[in-house]
Design a protein around this ligand. Sequence first.
Ligand code: AMP
Length: 652
Amino acid sequence: MDRYDEIYRQSVEDPETFWRSEAAGIEWQQPFTLVLDDRRAPHLRWFVDGTTNICHNAIDRHLATRAEQTALIYVSTETGTEKTFSYRDLFEEVNRVAAMLVAQGVTHGDRVLLYMPMVPEALFAMLACTRIGAIHSVVFGGFASSSLASRIDDARPKVVLSADAGSRAGKVIPYKPLLDAAINLAKHKPDRVLLLDRGLAAPAMVEGRDLDWASLRRQHFDARVPCTWLESNEPCYILYTSGTTGTPKGVQRDTGGHAVALVASIKYIFDPAAASGEVDAVSGRRTFFAASDIGWVVGHCYIVYAPLLCGMASVMYEGLPTRGLDGEPDAGIWWSLVAKHRVNAMFTAPTAIRVLKKQDPSHLTRHDLASLDALFLAGEPLDEPTARWISEGIGKPILDNYWQTETGWPMLSTQRGIDPTMQPRFGSPGKPVVGFKLRLLDEATNAELAANEKGVLVIAGPLPPGCMSTVWGDDQRFVDTYWSLLDDRSVYSTFDWGIRDDDGYYFILGRTDDVINVAGHRLGTREIEESISGHPDIAETAVVGVADALKGQVAIAFAIVRNAASIGTPQDRLRLEGEVMATVDRSLGALARPARVHFVNALPKTRSGKMLRRALQAVTEGRDPGDLTTIEDPTALEQIRDLLKPPSSTPH
Ligand code: AMP
């Protein structure tokens, strides 16, 4: 048996022993009395009775040995800013924000919602919440008011932290008006909004509710706030993710298991050298650069928590991958940061690499990438041409890894921390990660499948530490959504199709549900449909995700108008298409905007009224729609097929 097989097998056959040993990767204030309590499975409790604090482990714990070492490198090519913070600086900044929150009455168990751009203050605030035992819920800045309002209503935050604006490609995106609109829409009203004014878009302040971040920071400049020790299973954060209903799910993550799993992920997957205490010969530290956003799970884990838990420096980047610090085009900006800051591990999504692929390739070879051990890619399928292009371009291992907001760390990956010779295979994110018992089940019979058979990818319980503990405020929804494939609730469904080859490498073949993945970002088609239906001229709509060379997938909408006369001319259609897109922009954000809105007379449904989404998606992608015996009106698909035909060229 090779080393991977041996360690993996131990991790899943005797999880208690495996995780007891991994738990030594963090400091506990009180030791745990039980590794795993699964009496209420699938609700688990890891490291029962152990008390700890993630902020203590990410900052305070390092002060004795690396107070002056760089902890955070902040780069914004949007504002031309570059700043570094040592662990001591970080300690002070986080204490200030913690004191600001305490002064607003925030205590243990309260929720704090962050609607912030990529600024260091957002990272300080997340850690400040964990320091005082408050539960943070970060909402991606690209979401607009109605998405934000539904999250405010679900999390019921005491305080919201926000900023005047974000910026994208030099264009200022004011956040405050979106936040105000969201609070107006929401039933729950936060007591306070703490607003960071970056000087980008003068914010209108609401008297008695909104407070200025900079003045509060001055007031609490010398504050020291002790860490609140939490029982391992107390929630650390809520992160909303899209599903098949219009209501987003609050993925709840615990404290102890979360920290232990992230440290294990650095050790086994992302930077085994950092875990074993090695440092970069030039920088004297290890440096991690996750080019993601704090609003996504990758940002939570690999911009904020994991690198700091492991005493590394983390690079936080605001901006496009194709713009330099001077605001001029520079497709080599990321590589220049790798060279300048001696980045040892880098992480981004395949879409970003596909963007770079469209630029002059000389940017790949202009910078010294000697410090970089590997480039990690995740969040969406990594196509082989993109993987080959970047692998040849930078001459480094490209390590695809597969996971979800729910699992909190990779389920499939190359694990160089177990076996440095483990090789990636193009098209596959790798083999099961320690702790994850992956299985493939037949779609119709739920029987377990052998190699080379396509099925639904599931995790047999217990889920390892770091995975979601429940849906915030709705334990039953957690069980019903993820654990209902088998009657005995013994498997968690990933809602992804997968296949395993003879050597145990897995391949991910897309979602089994109505979730789509646009540029590595997950969206529920149902949410987009609800938003489109908000336009007064639209009677009914169906949204599907279709393959796109750059973004992986894009949303395409098909809509029936209430009054056919309203789209009598091509100009009318264009106008309405623009209006529908603007409706989605306003309620959900530009990320969810469909790439096209096609107006049709009928949508393909079964006789019982169920939308034939797979058939609609197939036709939109020019594929065979498969079995259509249940379709009510076959002309619906024919019309769509005709509509999508490229206009025939006029013969000369
Ligand atoms: P999210 O929760 O937003 O991270 O989205 C998770 C989903 O993204 C998964 O269920 C997959 O459908 C997809 N996904 C994530 N990583 C990969 C990967 N490496 N390869 C293929 N699909 C992926």
